[in-house]
Design a protein around this ligand. Sequence first.
Ligand code: NAD
Length: 506
Amino acid sequence: MKDLTITGSINAELPDLFTGRHLIDGQWVTSPGSFERVSPSHGVVVSKSAEGGADETIAAIGAARRSFDTGVWSRISGKERATLLLRVADLIEANVDRIAVLETLESGKPISQSRGEVGGAADLWRYAASLARSTHGDSHNTLGQDMLGVVLKQPIGVVSIITPWNFPFWILSQKLPFALAAGCSVVVKPSEVTPSSTVMMGELLVEAELPAGVCNIVLGYGDPVGSLMSTHDDVDMVTFTGSTTVGKKITEASAGTLKKVALELGGKNAQVIFPDADIDSAVDAVVFGVYFNVGQCCNASSRIIVHADIADDFVARVVTLSRKVKFGDPLDPETQVGAIVTPDHNAKIDGYVKAAQAEGASVVLGGDRLAVPGLGDQFYQPTIVTDVTPDMAIATDEVFGPVLSVLRFDSMEDAIALTNASTYGLSAGVWSENVHTCLEFARRAEVGTVWTNTWMDGFPELAFGGMKQSGQGREIGKYGFEEYFEVKSVVMRVGRSRENWVKDRG
Ligand code: NAD
């Protein structure tokens, strides 16, 4: 423990309590009930939010439906929609610090990371604005001289957006600007754990003069708010990011109305290191991949699969570098890793580590809760577990903490088999200086994203999503944008050449 890099509280002044309200049909609305968020790092109440129920959810869905059907947003030009999205991007950039501080206090993530995510989200809005102007369908001019076919893309309608606590503002921005760019109206439900940056987004949308009812926000819990958003007749699509368990519930709930469902779920992502890799870069990427966001990241590389010839040396280097990562006060600009989201989640992480030890795995670094001077103990130590076998829960489950499992391989076949031995299929990485090795791995890994000689680089232009139980559909990029459309064929006769069906006209 004393060999770790732990930075204590910087005693920063905290902002005033944030009061969150729903945004329904352009109005800020409260509820009789409310819920509070205690900062996982600072142990004080940082926000108090109106607790929505069925009434608020139905009102929000109704407002979204009306705004969609009147065409106030769905039928205006792409140019007009793009102009508004660009205005929102500017407003995000002007408000980065205010949003980032609350995001850090509610989630426990480092302030430098929150600033990066909030500021970076502006780019997602700008990219979506470019799509709003460039979307088009197809024309078919080869159907015969008396026919012309046109395939139109039309916004799918009212979209429910349900988001998790680990990247509240970023994930909202992976969905909302794309749905708006397509012309959809939306109802958003942020996680009850981190609701406030979504409310702040609502404030920016109002300031940017998005028409009332196009974006509605309801604060509250999965039941009843999220489940009503998944079952209501007036909702055409649900886009959800969160756990695989809740994703399955949403799929079941939505079956009654056969609405479209797009899911971004969990992952058990592996980085595979071949002996010819650039070891320095691979060690750094492994350390980044496991501790970023305290491992509470769908894309966390919570397992590495290392070639047996280099495994001992590689792990020793990962341990040494892990000791240098700065864990501590999330409000300290130098901190790289902050707090665990809830005490229950901290206990769950610890449970995985203790169970692995009981099954014969070795903990070579960390392996316990962490107390940060001046801030309490809702933190977890950087943890590395070796002697892991593929059947252990720590090797198969999404631990969602700063815990790395180490497995070994001998051949490409082994590496592929271990990578694919998972119910998840979100992402994977391969480290080798041989392009053939990298490409063979990339083709055979059953995941939505493969990183070769890097980890977790992302771009608005590229599709993101998972195979197997990591989800369905894609987010961001051209393919993510396509999810928000219905496709309609218009078949047109040119001229009066059609023969009557009924020949006897007498
Ligand atoms: P969660 O599934 O517990 O909750 C996500 C959201 O669903 C919250 O807003 C919650 O209130 C809501 N919800 C809960 N029950 C519901 C129900 N029955 N119907 C509708 N909505 C309901 O997830 P979490 O704990 O907030 O987030 C962590 C999970 O998210 C992890 O599994 C992680 O892998 C996943 N995640 C995936 C991605 C990705 O893009 N693949 C990104 C980030 C997080």
